[in-house]
Design a binder for this molecule. Structure first.
Ligand code: GDP
Length: 462
């Protein structure tokens, strides 16, 4: 049977204790199916007769027994999330009542929803584009408000419109080129090299901007893996305490974006820092004492980190071990923190010595709470998050980034072909590649495999 003919159900709220739990049912038989398990409070009412955007109070039944009080929120196709008939059933939170309801629905003939299946149905019924479906996942995953705003602007279709603008400019150019190349006898006005180069460059710049914003956008949505480095006593623990003030600390360890377990996650302004223990990483003069495998792992974390905070003691001359750490930071997204500036009159010499290895050197007093905004702003600027408009459309998945990069590279190739004196047909081939990559990005003619890939990361109930 065609999967879309089936009516699916799943818990849509997180498992665990809470005020209410919502079970979502979607599909052609949603109403007759829910009617088998839901009995309205008012005897003269029937769920089958309910109009869209109305609610009804009642109880659900399981194996002949009246269970929890239930509110049925009714949506009628096509005016629902999936575009199908949908009923959202709210019961009391906690696993027992919600699980019982799902069991009752399965017994009544519903199929358990696969991960992301509600959103996938929305896609198949044209309620969402592929980029919007990806944004759904990002809105759920975002842990800061700006990150959520970014994902929301993709969900609102702003990303699709921004890509659409690039597509239409390139399509116009492509049509012109095709006409000129294929129908030389017709009176197609020749495209000037300047106009051609201008359009290609402008659209390439658009793609460059989107690509450049991706990293910062991902940082705002998911946080950044951060390693803290420094010799003993420079003030790392003090800095950590400053970052993890009681109102900012997230107490449970969370899995980071790398394979390691995060020691501690702290929210620094709009950015979540997943802090890693790099006890193994010290100056090279101390390296002998430390087990080689531990060091290797610590340096690897440094390679993978999206942010490196290296702490130095401003009250003491820089030691060789400090410089060894500094050298390791070169070329990385690294911020030097020149700590204990309250103990010294001048940090100029140390700043000058560290400058070549770091994106920025920040004199600081980790003991002072007033340092926190300075650190927050420096980190946001270093990661490009400060410069990003959260309401502008941004790419929001690695898949989209790969497609945008292919399109950008194809335009680059087109510009090079023209500059090297190749004919317009060569430019046309590159342009076709760019258009195909943009099509892949928006999912206009996405293959089943691409759609499967997108939905592989979804959770059940979405
Ligand atoms: P760690 O070994 O790198 O973790 O260093 P700690 O955080 O334990 O700090 C070592 C010593 O430096 C402690 O006595 C701290 O109180 C002191 N310290 C840390 N930051 C500052 C600072 O900004 N100013 C001053 N005056 N002392 C600091």
């Amino acid at each position: 049977m065609d999967r879309l003919q089936q009516t699916i159900c799943a818990l849509a709220t997180p498992a665990g204790e809470g005020g209410i739990a919502v079970v979502r049912v979607s599909g052609p038989d949603a109403y007759p199916l829910v009617e088998k398990v839901f009995v309205p409070l008012r005897e003269n009412r029937r769920l089958a007769g309910a109009r869209g955007y109305t609610a009804m109070l009642g109880h659900y039944w399981l194996r002949g027994e009246e269970m929890d009080e239930t509110i049925a929120l009714c949506f009628r196709a096509p005016h629902s999330y999936t575009g199908e008939d949908v009923i959202e059933l709210s019961v009391h939170g906690g696993a027992a009542m919600a699980d019982g309801l799902v069991e009752a629905l399965l017994l009544a003939g519903a199929a358990p929803a696969a991960p992301g299946e509600f959103t996938r149905r929305a896609l198949e019924h044209g309620r969402l584009s592929l980029t919007q479906a990806e944004a759904v996942m990002e809105v759920i995953a975002a842990n800061g408000r700006q990150g959520a705003a970014l994902a929301k602007s993709a969900l609102d279709g702003r990303l699709a419109r921004r890509i659409g603008g690039i597509q239409s400019a390139l399509q116009t150019l492509s049509a012109h080129l095709t006409a000129w190349v294929d129908y030389p006898e017709e009176d197609v006005p020749e495209l000037s090299d300047t106009a051609l180069a201008a359009t290609l460059s402008a659209q390439k710049a658009e793609l460059d901007a989107l690509i450049a914003g991706y990293g910062a956008g991902a940082v705002l949505r998911h946080g950044v893996d951060c390693v803290l480095l420094g010799r003993p006593n420079v003030g790392k623990s003090t800095l950590l305490n400053l970052l993890a003030g009681f109102d900012r600390a997230i107490v449970t360890p969370v899995a980071g974006t790398t394979r390691d377990v995060v020691e501690q996650a702290v929210q620094l302004g709009e950015i979540r820092l997943n802090l890693f223990d790099t006890a193994g990483v010290r100056g090279e003069d101390e390296a002998d004492a430390i087990e080689a495998e531990g060091i290797r792992r610590s340096w690897k974390k440094l390679d993978e980190a999206g942010l490196v905070l290296a702490v130095f003691d401003a009250a003491q001359p820089l030691a060789e071990a400090d410089l060894a750490i500094a050298r390791r930071c070169q070329g990385r997204p690294a911020l030097a923190i020149l700590n204990k500036q309250d103990l010294t009159d001048s940090t100029a010499a140390a700043q000058a010595a560290l400058q070549p290895y770091f994106k920025k050197v920040l004199p600081l007093c980790a003991r002072d709470d007033a340092s926190l905004p300075l650190l927050r702003d420096a980190v946001a600027a270093l990661l490009g998050a400060a410069q990003l408009d959260p309401h502008a459309a941004q790419l929001c998945s690695a898949r989209q980034l790969a497609a945008a990069t292919r399109a950008r590279d194809a335009l680059q190739e087109a510009l090079r072909a023209r500059a090297d004196g190749f004919g317009l047909d060569a430019v046309g081939v590159c342009l076709a590649d760019a258009l195909q990559a943009l099509c892949d990005l928006t999912g206009e003619d996405a293959t089943e495999a691409t759609i499967d890939e997108v939905f592989a990361t979804f959770c059940v109930g979405k």
